[in-house]
Design a protein around this ligand. Structure first.
Ligand code: NDP
Length: 330
């Protein structure tokens, strides 16, 4: 038996409870992992509260990422005792996920914990950190350098946003952070934001073409905010779009695309190819200022993870990320 946060559905309402589960109930997979750390992501909060159609079948263990140690393996790439991590592939949605002491997954979904990081540090970064690095890679592959001009980061106090700020600042970019949290200004500045703007300046309907403010942007907000960002990207610039914290709609015009040649690049972390993941994780290990990680996380035991789902969705967390301590290494 092992401990899991189990989601069940009764009369269309999602219930979340810490439950003892038998290993026989684990889904198919050739690698069994003893989980040490997981995280609480925006998607997990939607799953736990039932506010978004994240979970495809019940009962479900939420948690779209985890890090731990291989316990049993039928995959020659991962011997017992190897430290591994997982992001996405539908865990916590269609396959039991990381908010449990044990997970069973196909070995092809796993990556070794990169040199230079511990399992705890990997999950302190989590899917949000890995997605932030995928976004930064999109900007760099497009040719942006610190000389290109300021980069806007929206949802700045969130997991993706705060990590993106830290990475961009470390690489020498001028970073402008958009947030709705005046109390987060000091934190965002210490992460590396050069300037902070109120997110309300981006969230209302605006002109199809606006002053060319940003060389590039990383947007985890979507909706009207993304439309306004596109309208204010400099000629030939790029937006890496990964989220929908404001909404899934995109009320934009083609004007910035056909008159300024801007690029809107989508970023998906769930099904990203292995090579892209490896590159993002090893770059995170090299780039991320580990001494700043602690200021980005709130650590809770597995038993408390579900309590933070509503505050996370309401944007009320004091720090960007929730690190979930499942169990210590054995
Ligand atoms: P968080 O909840 O940690 O952060 C979201 C941030 O968005 C909040 O902190 C807040 O920032 C801002 N925000 C919230 N509500 C609104 C609103 N109504 N209008 C404008 N801004 C708002 O989430 P994550 O950083 O983990 O994820 C951000 C988004 O990216 C989510 O939509 C998530 O689903 C998505 N995502 C996508 C991935 C992919 O593979 N494409 C992977 C990971 C995440 P502030 O307080 O600073 O204003």
């Amino acid at each position: 038996m092992f401990k899991a946060l189990l989601l069940t559905q009764e009369e269309k309402a999602t219930k979340a409870a810490i439950t003892q589960v038998s290993e026989d109930q684990l889904p198919a997979g050739d690698v069994t992992v003893r989980i040490q750390y997981s995280t609480l992501n925006y998607k997990d909060a939607l799953a736990i509260t039932g506010r978004g159609p994240v979970v495809r079948s019940f009962p479900m263990v939420p948690g779209i990422d985890f890090a731990g140690v291989v316990e049993h393996s039928g995959d020659p790439a991962f011997a017992a005792g190897t430290s591994v991590l997982l992001n996405g592939w539908g865990v916590g949605e269609t396959h039991w996920g990381g908010l449990a002491e044990i997970a069973r997954v196909p070995g092809k979904w796993l990556l070794p914990v990169p040199a230079g990081l511990t399992a705890r540090q990997c999950m302190a970064l989590g899917t949000a950190g890995y997605t932030a690095m995928l976004c930064v890679h999109k900007l760099e592959q497009h040719g942006l350098t610190p000389a290109s001009g300021p980069i806007l980061v929206t949802g700045a106090n969130g997991g993706v946003g705060s990590t993106a700020i830290a990475i961009l600042a470390r690489r020498g970019f001028e970073v402008v952070a958009s947030t709705g949290r005046p109390d987060a200004h000091d934190r965002l500045t210490s992460l590396g934001a050069n300037r902070i703007i109120d997110r309300q300046t981006l969230s209302q309907p605006g002109k199809p073409l606006q002053k060319e403010n940003w060389a590039g942007a990383i947007d985890s907000v979507g909706s009207q905010t993304l439309a306004n960002i596109c309208a204010a990207i400099r000629y030939d610039g790029i937006v890496a779009a990964c989220g929908l914290a404001q909404g899934m709609d995109f009320p934009a015009t083609v004007a910035p695309f056909i008159l300024r040649g801007i690029t809107l690049a989508g970023v998906d972390s769930v099904h990203a190819p292995m090579e892209r993941r490896r590159s993002a994780w090893s770059d995170l290990a090299r780039t991320i200022p580990l001494d700043q990680l602690e200021s980005m996380i709130e650590e809770v035991p597995l038993e408390r993870a579900a309590d933070l789902a509503i505050p996370l969705l309401a944007g009320q967390l004091s720090k960007g990320r929730v690190l979930v301590r499942v169990q210590d290494a054995k």
